[in-house]
Design a protein around this ligand. Structure first.
Ligand code: HEM
Length: 190
């Protein structure tokens, strides 16, 4: 995955656990890259090793690390110059989710070698929908849970997200039930 992903993980760890924790995680993961270049592609294995090492070092499950990382990703991308891209995708949580299927096509204009996830929405109601997620990668459903929570925070909207169909349990793809506080459609991003 592009170095931006690993750089965001690094920022999250340094911010919440300090520089020494990051040094230990990098060593435990056996990674000798000093600085991740945002626009350079690294093997996916680098990211998975960092998640595993962070989990061991911080005493949190891998799923919890990925979920926290998803939440952090939304603030990270907004602060790294992609705020405009996020803002253009919708001004409320429901709007943003409805437009999510088209989002990474725009990201791919900046990162041409992107191997993006694919999203679709179904069962759209006033305060809920089902979010469908396809990827060639494994084990990233908790990242999506964190991302959706991160949107909730971005839009100041209470949101609940639950994995209801799982590829790990034999489903064709992951499906999330997403529910938000009624009235969120009227709440814009700060
Ligand atoms: C401006 C904001 C964003 C940027 C710049 C961005 C960019 C990226 C990049 C570079 C990757 C690594 C994939 C690769 O290198 O092949 C990635 C992966 C991913 N992105 Fe985004 N992204 C953004 C926002 C989002 C949002 C809003 C979601 C919504 C749920 C999302 C969901 C994911 C997921 C789940 C992956 C993991 C890869 C996979 O599932 O196979 N991203 N994104």
């Amino acid at each position: 995955m592009y170095g931006m992903i690993n750089g965001a993980m690094e920022e999250m760890v340094r911010m919440h656990h300090g520089d020494e924790a990051w040094a230990r995680i990098r060593a435990r993961a056996g990674i000798d890259v000093e600085v991740f270049m945002s626009t350079e592609a690294y093997p996916d294995d680098v990211t998975y090793r960092l998640v595993a090492a962070a989990s061991d070092e911080l005493g949190a499950s891998r799923d919890d690390v990925l979920c926290a990382f998803g939440e952090h990703w939304i603030t990270y991308t907004a602060s790294e110059g992609y705020g405009g891209l996020l803002a253009a995708n919708g001004a409320t949580l429901p709007e943003f989710l409805a437009e999510l299927p088209n989002f990474h096509a725009r990201v791919a204009m900046i990162f041409p070698a992107l191997q993006p996830p694919r999203f679709a929405c179904s069962d759209v109601a006033d305060a809920s929908l089902r979010l469908h997620y396809w990827t060639k990668r494994r084990g990233l459903a908790p990242f999506v849970v964190g991302l959706v929570r991160g949107f909730g925070r971005r839009f100041g909207t209470e949101v609940e997200v639950r994995l209801v169909e799982s590829r790990d349990a034999g489903a064709d793809h992951d499906v999330f039930d997403v529910r938000w506080a009624p009235g969120a459609a009227a709440t814009g991003a700060a």
